[in-house]
Design a protein around this ligand. Structure first.
Ligand code: B1M
Length: 211
């Protein structure tokens, strides 16, 4: 049995050693790694994501929880990557050309990883050709773009067009986000989805993959 409450307490308080200990003990008891991930770590992160969404938790709480989860995930990753569970879905994500903001993108990455997805962080200030190269190299199911400036939002449109011209648009779902981005803008530029915050980005990826 996974003690969900203990995992939640460890993560929400950012206790890395405790998260690691709970994970190792569960493995030693013979609990499957998938169950420790889903019932222990992911459920705890889901609860934390919901509290972030509702304004009960702030960014530092999410960051320390994600850090604790990463520590525990390091124990599970070698076991999970051998199976074909939740880790099989790959998401590429980056901040578009001209834009150096990465705090929001990093939060999205942490919650996506918390949601069980494999995420490749492409970094910041990424021209369209970098997204294209990365799609060819990593063959993700989902590509995410972040922009924080009204002047760089337009790069999302350029990048989507370039992905289309490269013949890759049908191979991936494209999601966009960032403070100035709206649902309408996302639709207008041909994105497959928009998320207003990091927790919603996890829901969005799940729903796009279920389509
Ligand atoms: Co800049 N900056 N900044 N900045 N900065 C803003 C964005 C600004 C609103 C401040 C202001 O004027 N009030 C303004 C933009 C105005 C506009 O375009 N309309 C601005 C400006 C003008 C600039 C510069 C041009 C300033 C200058 O040099 N004159 C410059 C531009 C640099 C560049 O990018 N080329 C600049 C620089 C910087 C710093 C480097 C100093 C620093 C960034 C540090 C870093 O990121 N490592 C910075 C910061 C910190 C901010 C503010 C204060 C905070 C942004 C932030 O991190 N928010 C910001 C003002 C503000 O927002 N109050 C501001 C917290 C973060 C968690 O939220 O990024 O929105 P956010 O992410 C959310 C959602 O949007 C969503 O989920 C996240 C979590 O819930 N989300 C996604 C984000 N990406 C997503 C992707 C998804 C889905 C959801 O799918 C893929």
């Amino acid at each position: 049995m996974i003690d969900k409450e203990m995992f939640y307490t460890a993560l929400s308080q950012g206790k890395m050693d405790e998260a690691k200990r709970l994970t190792q003990e569960a493995l030693d008891r013979g609990e499957p790694a998938e169950m420790i991930l889903k019932d222990g770590l992911l459920q705890a992160m889901d609860r934390i994501g919901l509290k972030f969404k509702s304004g009960e938790f702030y960014i530092p709480e999410v960051l320390i929880a994600a850090r604790a989860m990463h520590t525990a995930m390091a124990i599970l990753k070698p076991i999970l990557s051998k199976s074909t569970g939740t880790m099989a879905v790959k998401v590429l994500i980056g901040t578009v050309k001209g834009d150096l903001h990465n705090i929001g993108k990093n939060l999205v990455i942490m919650l996506l990883e918390g949601g069980g997805f494999e995420v490749v962080d492409l970094g910041i200030d990424l021209p369209a050709n970098k997204f294209i190269e990365a799609i060819k190299q990593h063959q993700p199911q989902v590509v995410g773009m972040s922009a924080l400036l009204t002047t760089t939002m337009i790069e999302m449109k350029n990048t989507i067009k370039a992905i289309e011209w490269a013949g890759l648009k049908e191979k991936v779902k494209i999601i966009v986000g960032g403070a100035p981005v709206t649902e309408k803008f996302a639709k207008d530029i041909g994105a497959d989805g928009y998320a207003p915050d990091a927790a919603s980005a996890v829901d969005l990826v799940r729903s796009l993959l279920a389509e």
